[in-house]
Ligand binder design. Sequence first.
Ligand SMILES: C[S@@+](CC[C@H](N)C(=O)[O-])C[C@H]1O[C@@H](n2cnc3c(N)ncnc32)[C@H](O)[C@@H]1O
Length: 411
Amino acid sequence: MKTVSDRDVTDLAAEAAELNNHLVSQLEQAGRITSATIAAAFRATPRHLFVQDVELSEAYKDDYHPTDRDGDGRLLSSVSAPWLVAQMLEYLRPQPGNAVLEIGSGGYNAALLHQLVGDAGAVTSIDIDPVVTERAHRCLRSAGLEDSVRIITGDGAHGVPDAAPYDRIEVTVQAAAIEQTWLDQLAPNGVLVVPLRVRGLGRLVALTPDGLGHYSGGGWLPCGFVAMRGEAASSTQMHALTPGARVRVDGTQQLDIEALTKALGTTGTPCWSGVEVGTSEGTRPVIDLWFATVLDAYGTLLADPRTSALRALPGGTPLTWNVDSTTAAYVTMRPVLGHSDRYEYGVILHGEDASLAEALVESLREWDRDHRGRPGPVLHVYDHGTDPATMAPGRALERPGAPMVLTWPKD
Ligand SMILES: C[S@@+](CC[C@H](N)C(=O)[O-])C[C@H]1O[C@@H](n2cnc3c(N)ncnc32)[C@H](O)[C@@H]1O
């Protein structure tokens, strides 16, 4: 196989430009890129210089490229997939002359940021992993950008105070919390983009400050990222349940795994909501977020249809349980008779406390009535020390870092 670094340079640039143009057109058609400046930045940034150890055509595939793994083969770092890089930049909207901090380096996104802010701007990129920063340096050098981007090895949980304030902070690693240092280092009219883990769900959010110690925003694009390492590291817990079934929980949860396993081993009773959705509506991510917000006991049930009798939805389904975990209920769907592209949401109850399923079904109807087709929840983030009584009423996310509350506006 001839990799990018082996190729004859004479025809490489032209072929790369063609592949890059094709990639950008794809991203535009898919709605991942909507702004002309972001499209231009992509066209001006040859991705193969940042993804060097693969064939040229691979470098322009809309896929992530692994750059570091731990001893067990788990991914520690990657150059993110172009669709995700594009969406993040669309959320961030860097302007010429901006000072930008990128947390998590790969080189490629930093090069795009440089294109967007220009020589009058400044791009600082920090990564905790020296393998990654060394590689990013090398790639930026091959793109002639070694003097245009400042790369630092360190824990991005602390930001990079010496170049603050930043007009834009882009976190490119999954964070379980919004670090107070990021808020402190954000300029008054700045934008902070973070792939945030909300009760186990990975969602991209963009936040802006109101100047009074309160930041708010949304977006909610589902996205998978490697998790933060270092001081702000935290992980979800995965528990095995009945054969083929597991539950993923995040944060502090009152949960008796033995009792829950026993409950889920009993025969389930379906309860249907009458809430019908079309397959093209893409309601699953928003339903997951809805339940992650409204349920006190919340986990994601993962069940393999080949080995488990549980009818969890593909990719995991919201699960709740009662105080002693002896009754459980989870969200499911069934096809609407006579419609190949319509489904009805419902709940499967395991155990005797029928009120659990009733509450879930009522909650599905509330989402349908008040929130369906609307922009989704608002994330409110407060400076440390803010009086909780002054915060928006909603689901407080129990996390270290800055206090966070999720609300679902009706209008
Ligand atoms: C998805 S990669 C970044 C992709 C990159 N922005 C690009 O151009 O494609 C996530 C990176 O975050 C880094 N990381 C993890 N924890 C970190 C921390 N606490 N501070 C800074 N970087 C961190 C990882 O080492 C990894 O390189």
